[in-house]
Write a protein that binds this ligand. Structure first.
Ligand code: GLN
Length: 542
């Protein structure tokens, strides 16, 4: 039996019946409640797929790839964790089966297991346990919440459930298992059904894990009878049957979980003191503003994955934070960039007061993005370009203002006569695709007197990156002579990080991803100011 010196408590969140029950939001909400009681908490996601990280996954597969300060490409749930807790996460907060196996295989090659047969149990499960306990080292956190991706019963989740079983055995009441299930409402029977929950808990029990708390996702309230039934058949106390009712905003979930006393159940099971009532004063203020907007503004989000809201999760949440700051509801219009390429495509932007062009890779839809930018530039509509959006704004400006025909990014047109956006020098020698972009936080110096300097209220910022291409400084002089200023640059390399059009009411392109840093407690200043500009544009139309 291994001994662990820290007194950190470990909370495991598993899911049953179906995916998409909101494990990430429940984990983030629980962490928020513990934080609001004065405890420190961090959340970790373990993903049972073989990719080393989600960096190479298509957004259709797995939604947005979220980037941490230390440059890890991670699951989008880490975005929720940061937005709820306002505490940065890191590589250690997201581990995949691929990474676990990679590390075990590296150890095998090094000879760490000389003489042994390397097996799923104990070697893979030990590595999983190591990754979980790593976050608890040095008593940095009172609670480490570990969310297991996927659904219990899947073949690929087995080693994770076994690792939980072992940790539970080793650490006793320093561990709590929360299992999320679905309690569906059958319209024909006019009844909520508990059987899927019973079966899912049975599956956990077969693996030797008895959940301590059940969080039941449902579209109707659970009555006392249903709660008692679930408790009796699943070996949990009635108070540990927690209702998770469908809600129109993820930001209400911490308050719903507070009402259901999820945090109190966790404190009781880990023998921790409730300290005080959770202080959610600021959270409630945010929610109140979110629910009572004084106005509405329509903003277009132009991208090529618009059918899938998860692909632009952090941008959408940042716009919600920014709208709330401005006491305004952002009515988001998802605009497919390929649809803008049709002859009358620009009509899609007729009714919007702001245009945000999203990040992305590759050729598909790029001309539509460029058309949207020209439309916003020439009609004085507030424009915000993020990463590829900033690169497209540079291309548009080169083509239509500087009259440089065939200006392009070498990502799309390698032999462009005017490579306005070009591969970064250090990227030229890189062949491997995984984890090799310019990733994570870099400093950026803001030009005195620029719009962005006034927005950020500071001469130097730090923002997160995820790209291979950059603005080609060979063209900077021509840009600046024609009103497009490089108002943010990397102080060490001189890379252009921000462009802004001086004579336009609000035209800003950023090479970094500000959306990764917007939180409920600190909405991102660029988003807040962009929404404000869109509101002003909207007012000027009337
Ligand atoms: N494809 C572009 C690059 O690699 C932009 C990346 C992005 O938008 N995140 O530079």
């Amino acid at each position: 039996m291994s001994t662990v010196e820290s007194s950190t408590k470990y909370i495991f969140v598993t899911g049953g019946v179906t995916s998409s029950l909101g494990k990430g939001i429940i984990s983030a909400s629980l962490a928020k409640l513990l934080q609001a009681r004065g405890y420190t908490a961090t959340i970790q996601k373990l993903d049972p797929y073989i990719n080393i990280d989600p960096g190479t996954l298509n957004p259709y597969e797995h939604g947005e790839c979220y980037v941490t300060e230390d440059g890890a490409e991670t699951d989008l749930d880490l975005g929720h964790y940061e937005r709820f807790l306002n505490v940065p996460t890191s590589q250690a907060n997201n581990v995949t089966t691929g990474r676990i196996y990679q590390s075990v295989i590296e150890k095998e090659r090094r000879g760490d297991y000389l003489g042994e047969t390397v097996q799923v149990i104990p070697h893979i499960t030990d590595e999983i346990k190591h990754c979980i306990k790593l976050l608890g080292e040095g008593n940095k956190y009172d609670f480490v919440i570990t969310e297991i991706g996927g659904t219990v019963g899947d073949i690929e989740s087995l080693p994770y459930v076994e690792a939980i079983r072992q940790l539970r055995w080793e650490l006793g009441n320093r561990c709590v298992v929360i299992h999320l299930t679905l309690v569906p409402y059958l319209a024909a029977a006019k009844e909520l059904k508990t059987k899927p929950t019973q079966h899912s808990v049975k599956t956990m029990q077969e693996y030797g894990v008895q959940p301590d708390i059940l969080v039941c996702r449902t579209e109707r309230h659970l009555n006392e009878g249903i709660r008692s039934k679930i408790a009796l058949f699943c070996n949990v106390s009635k108070e540990a049957v927690i209702e998770s009712i469908d809600t129109d905003s993820i930001y209400k979930v911490p308050l719903l979980m507070k009402e259901e006393k999820l945090d109190l159940q966790v404190l009781k099971k880990t023998k921790m003191s409730p300290n005080c009532m959770p202080d959610l004063h600021k959270w409630e203020l945010f929610l109140n503003r979110l629910q009572n907007p004084k106005s509405t503004v329509k903003i277009a989000l132009v991208g090529k994955y618009v059918e899938l809201m998860d692909a632009y999760k952090s941008i959408i949440e940042s716009l919600i934070h920014a709208g709330t700051s401005n006491e305004c509801k952002v009515d988001l219009k998802m605009v497919h960039s390929e649809h803008l390429e049709k002859p009358d495509g620009l009509q899609l932007l007729d009714d919007v007061s702001g245009v945000l062009v999203a990040p992305g890779f590759g050729e598909r839809g790029i001309e539509g993005k460029i058309k949207a930018i020209e439309y916003a530039r020439t009609n004085n509509i507030p424009f915000f370009g993020i990463c590829l959006g900033m690169q497209c704004a540079s291309i548009e400006f080169a083509r239509n203002v500087l009259k440089l025909n065939d200006a392009h990014s070498t990502e799309v047109m390698p032999d462009s006569p005017h490579p306005i956006i070009d591969i970064m020098e250090e990227q030229k020698k890189i062949d491997l695709k995984g984890g090799t972009m310019r990733l994570g936080a870099y400093k950026c110096e803001l030009e005195e007197g620029s719009k962005v300097a006034a927005i950020y209220h500071t001469p130097e910022i730090s923002e997160r990156h995820r790209h291979r291409y950059e603005f080609n400084t060979h063209y900077l002089k021509a840009f600046e002579e024609n009103d497009m200023k490089a108002s943010g640059k990397n102080p060490d390399t001189g890379l252009v990080e921000i462009i802004e059009l001086e004579s336009h009411p609000w035209f800003v392109g950023v090479q970094f991803h500000p959306e990764y840093k917007s939180t409920v407690a600190e909405p991102h200043p660029l988003f807040v100011n962009f929404v404000k500009a869109a509101m002003e544009f909207n007012a000027s139309k009337k």
